[in-house]
Design a protein around this ligand. Structure first.
Ligand code: KIV
Length: 273
């Protein structure tokens, strides 16, 4: 069965993503957290929308991803799902809602799928969350893995520097990647690792490997929307390419509006009833 939206747009599925890897077509993925932006991104042709727990940073202003709750993730995810006709929608299970307790992991994944209408969930970690991954998969919920820099463990690592530069950590990452694939994950995100390691993992796995700071030899790329648009100017990792300077554009628009209100230029007679 193929899945179609009401307007007959062919939806992206896990199967589509697998086929893209097989034919060497790169997968585009971007975060989204609300209806209006998700609609624009979907209509632009993005393959995957990630309702990332980076919402904790860019939407709520927290320093880390840890504080965001399952209810808040479901709120963001349902807004994104309502906007999307074509893209595959993946939702992060937040910190504390899947680690260490596979029953809770399953409950969290089912709440996300049922209450938001999303298509898959994402979790951070390897061997240590194997039971949770298997339990979620057993309910038929597609799972995307996430290795390398895993922001939910930031207090364990202490820094946001590049991960797995040393051979021991690189070997553990490769083992974890193979384990997640063997469990049945449909795709894997690799964050902030050496490009050569990203290439090794992408070649070793049959499932799509999506990178953020993992070099160009993986199967696709993901960025945080606010970074790509230049709304978050203070965040400047080497891997980030900005495609717009919206902070400048928006500031100018807001300042022009303020000036027009103060000078009584707005509204004029054609903007009045
Ligand atoms: O939450 C998020 O935005 C993410 C991406 C950085 C992959 O997990």
């Amino acid at each position: 069965m193929s899945l179609h939206s009401s307007a007959s747009v062919k939806r992206i599925t896990t199967h589509t993503l697998q086929e893209m890897k097989l034919r060497g077509e790169k997968i585009s993925m971007l975060t989204a957290y609300d209806f209006s932006m998700a609609k624009i991104v979907d209509e632009a042709g993005m393959d995957i929308l990630l309702v990332g727990d980076s919402a904790s940073n860019v939407m709520a202003g927290h320093e880390t991803t840890l504080p965001i709750t399952l209810d808040q993730m479901i709120y963001h995810a349902s807004a994104v799902v309502r906007a999307v006709k074509r893209a595959f929608v993946v939702v992060d299970i937040p910190f504390g809602n899947y680690q260490g307790n596979s029953s809770e992991a399953l409950r969290s994944a089912i709440r996300i799928m049922k209450e938001s209408g999303a298509h898959a969930v994402k979790v951070e970690g390897g061997a240590e969350i194997k039971e949770s991954v298997l339990r979620i998969l057993s309910a038929g919920v597609p799972v995307m893995g996430h290795l390398g820099l895993t922001p939910q463990s930031i207090y364990k690592f202490g820094t946001y520097t590049v991960r797995a530069r040393e051979e021991e950590e690189a070997e553990k990452l490769i083992e974890d990647a193979k384990l997640l694939e063997a469990c049945g994950c449909f795709a894997l995100v690799l964050e902030k690792i050496p490009a050569a390691l990203g290439k090794r993992v992408a070649e070793a796995l049959a499932i799509p490997v999506i990178g953020i700071g993992a070099g160009g030899d993986v199967d696709g790329q993901v960025l945080v929307m606010h970074d790509l648009l230049g709304i978050t100017q203070e965040f400047k990792p080497r891997f980030l390419r900005r495609y717009a300077d919206l902070q400048k554009t928006m500031t100018e628009a807001f300042q022009n509006y303020i000036a027009d209100v103060k000078s009584k230029d707005f509204p004029n007679s054609s903007e009045s009833y």
